[in-house]
Design a protein. Structure first.
Length: 494
């Protein structure tokens, strides 16, 4: 079951940033919606197939795209979208051999709104296609409830795509700067300090953690943990992948009574780039947000150097034919092991899980103080418990309690008012906590891996006798939690 839960995070694929055609006045594009602008500065052009006919694509993005992702994009028909391959805003122009625009499509994200679009009528402009290059411009305006304005001007090489394994050019480190506003419940925070920390790959993509604070923190290696609990004044902690996708966001404002909290879905990164060894961009929210009753908004422009570890990882040679994320590889390996179990004539592959000797006892888990009616289910290696706290408060208590006992986040937590999932790890031990509302409080299911379950049968925690109905309830719980999490991830994609 834990693999099913973790598999939902596989909606992003591994890639390596590479240098593309430098942005200049010959290559500009933007989508304006509700007075908010999404700009694009990286361009690439290539020929594409449309049921055996030759077409052309001009693709504009606000961060460089890797060779491996471009390979996936080029494998698609010209009329298909690139939403799954490009987890960032993009503008795609499709043209025929005469240089006529067939469609403009893509996705946008700005301080006011975000969404996707496709327009095949009303496009003004054209292009000149010559051997090795394509040059042109296009404009499009849409009135009404979904009013938008699209402009595109380009002059780029045709089919001159970056080679796999190409390394980006690294610039000298910039001076850390941050300007703009972070407002909580009407009070402005004076964000003056920024630092970038290395983050382990998230679903196969390189990632960083960006820390914004009111008080000076860059020299503190533990600043991320301290900032969450207000030791550096108001703070924002963002976990960002190499394409500018925000997969983790912790908000801690001194004006919030309930702080910190996690919020994803509406906060967005614009003009993000970390391909040169410096992280630059603008992080915004579409106006003022209300999260668990706490009002806040963000509009910060920033620049800061990447840590040496991130630069080393970024400049490593890309292995094009090994594009699966670590989790995908691990799941494939275990599928192979299951197949070997059924093949008695073959030499059985040793199971990695069987080689692990659990060192942490299940009975020693630091469950939150508010936990009650705790049930230890050794047969399925799961725990359930109830709490009178609401999901956001319970999630914060769980994270703080487990962190104090050496547990670390295996992935950025996904926390909403109606559902939550928290993954924790310590050595080989792993926990997945799934929360859903029950009555006026919260019910939590804890799925465990590589823990010692000895003594669980004697643990006194108000046990109740399990029945078939209990098992059905557990199945329903897991299904409801997974549905809620998938709904949340759908919102993030939008």
């Amino acid at each position: 079951m834990s693999y099913q839960v973790r598999a939902i995070f596989l909606w992003m694929f591994g890639s390596v940033l590479v240098s593309m055609e430098a942005a200049d006045t010959s290559n500009v594009a933007s989508v304006v919606v509700r007075n908010g602008t999404t700009s694009f500065k990286h361009f690439v052009a290539f020929s594409a197939d449309y049921y055996g006919e030759r077409r052309f694509v001009v693709l504009a993005t606000n961060t460089p795209v890797s060779a491996s992702v471009l390979k996936k994009v080029r494998a698609k028909r010209v009329d298909e979208n690139y939403d799954e391959e490009l987890d960032q805003p993009y503008l795609k122009a499709a043209l025929n051999e005469k240089g006529e625009f067939l469609s403009l499509s893509g996705s946008y994200s700005n301080g006011n709104t975000s969404g996707v679009f496709l327009s095949s009528q009303g496009i003004v402009g054209g292009a000149t296609i010559s051997p090795g290059s394509i040059e042109g411009n296009a404009t499009f305006k849409d009135e009404g409830d979904f009013a938008k304005s699209v402009t595109m001007k380009f002059k780029v090489p045709l089919d001159a795509l970056p080679a796999s394994g190409q390394k980006p050019a690294i610039e000298p480190p910039v001076k850390p700067t941050v300007t703009g506003e972070f407002v909580g419940n009407g009070k402005k925070a004076s964000i003056q300090f920024i630092s970038v920390r290395h983050h382990e790959k998230f679903n196969g993509k390189r990632a960083i953690t960006i820390l914004f604070t009111e008080k000076e923190h860059p020299k503190d290696s533990k600043a991320e943990t301290k900032a969450v609990f207000g030791e550096y004044g108001s703070a924002i902690i963002l976990h960002v992948n190499e394409n500018g996708g925000i997969f983790g966001c912790e908000i801690a404002h001194t004006a919030h009574a309930k702080s910190p909290f996690t919020s994803l879905g509406e906060i967005a990164m614009n003009e993000f780039d970390m391909s040169t060894g410096n992280a630059k961009g603008q992080v915004t929210t579409p106006g003022e947000l209300d999260t668990f009753g706490q009002k806040w908004s963000v509009d910060l422009k920033f620049a800061a150097p990447l840590p040496a570890e991130s630069i080393k990882e970024m400049t490593a040679k890309e292995e094009e034919d090994d594009e699966k994320s670590p989790l995908e590889k691990r799941m494939d390996d275990e599928d192979d092991e299951d197949e070997d179990d059924d093949d008695f004539s073959a030499k059985k592959k040793p199971s990695r899980e069987k080689e692990i000797v659990p060192t942490l006892k299940i009975v020693d888990l630091p469950l939150p103080a508010s936990a009650k009616d705790i049930q230890y289910k050794a047969l399925v290696k799961q725990i359930t418990f109830q709490s009178e706290q609401k999901i956001p408060a319970l999630a914060a208590e769980v994270q703080k309690t487990f962190a104090g006992k050496g547990w670390k986040s295996a992935a950025s937590p996904l926390i909403r008012a109606t559902s939550a999932i928290i993954e924790l790890t310590q050595g080989e031990a792993r926990l997945t906590l799934m929360m859903k509302p029950k009555g006026n409080g919260t019910e939590t299911l804890v799925m465990t891996r590589n823990l010692d379950w000895s003594g669980a049968d004697t643990k006194k925690a108000r046990p109740r006798r399990e029945s078939k109905d209990d098992e059905d309830d557990d199945d329903d719980f897991e299904k409801e939690a997974l549905d809620a999490i998938n709904d949340a991830l759908d919102e993030l994609k939008r």
